[in-house]
Design a protein around this ligand. Structure first.
Ligand code: GDP
Length: 207
């Protein structure tokens, strides 16, 4: 009896950069299944993508806030994509750019049929900012499965960790069917397996 080889469908290490896009219309065709990554600039979104894919430089991390101002598309198996959304929340961005993304991102979240989930990366050391709350309410309204990663938990002690989780609760109670929240560290990889299990579930795979 022969045993089928593993399909490798959920092998994130195979992720490759596909393209950058300024407009939704420039994204790959809206079929297959994609997960979007969102976060305030400097929250650790690029580091999180790299940790997920076990790669050091797939997504460009930067100490310069606001460098990535595109949709960045990665594919890890045919039709399965990660979309790195432009970071938000930094001051030095032109009004026209801000207006462009204030329109493009909610439209993407509402209209993209292949979007199966969203990973929102926030800095666990700070209360949710207004735009992060707004993002969560868009996801809740769209009933989009959302993984809220409280990143940089390596910087928190036990008491601060509990406080951070307590402060988040009121923001997610209304959408608790769709939102999974967990402590995470892209640097130390705390919580990585748990996070990967959540997104594997979205793809109907086992981690
Ligand atoms: P992005 O702008 O959201 O893509 O953020 P980056 O991934 O570029 O990270 C911003 C800064 O935070 C970098 O200096 C990272 O090394 C740092 N960083 C990211 N994740 C973590 C983490 O889990 N713990 C700590 N201590 N630093 C982190």
């Amino acid at each position: 009896m022969s045993i089928d080889p593993p399909t490798g469908e959920f092998n994130l290490e195979r992720a490759e950069f596909v393209k950058e896009a300024h407009l939704i219309s420039e994204l790959p065709p809206d079929s297959g299944a994609e997960i979007a990554f969102a976060g305030r600039s400097n929250a650790g979104k690029s580091s999180t993508i790299n940790a997920f894919c076990n790669r050091r430089k797939l997504a460009r991390t930067s100490r310069t806030p606001g460098r990535t101002q595109q949709f960045v598309v990665f594919e890890f198996s045919p039709g399965r994509r990660f979309i790195d959304l432009p970071g938000f929340g930094y001051a030095k961005v032109s009004k026209s750019k801000r207006q462009h993304w204030d329109h493009e991102i909610p439209t993407y979240l509402e209209s993209r049929r292949s979007l199966i989930g969203l990973v929102l990366v926030v800095d666990a050391r700070h209360p949710l900012k207004e735009q992060e709350q707004e993002f969560l309410s868009w996801c809740g309204a769209a009933e989009l499965p959302t993984l809220l990663l409280l990143n940089k938990c390596d910087k928190l002690n036990q008491r601060e960790t509990e406080q951070s989780l307590r402060l988040i609760r009121p923001h997610i109670d209304n959408f608790s069917d769709f939102i999974t929240v967990q402590m995470f560290s892209a640097t130390t990889r705390t919580g990585l397996n748990k996070a990967l299990s959540t997104i594997a579930d979205w793809y109907g795979e086992e981690k």
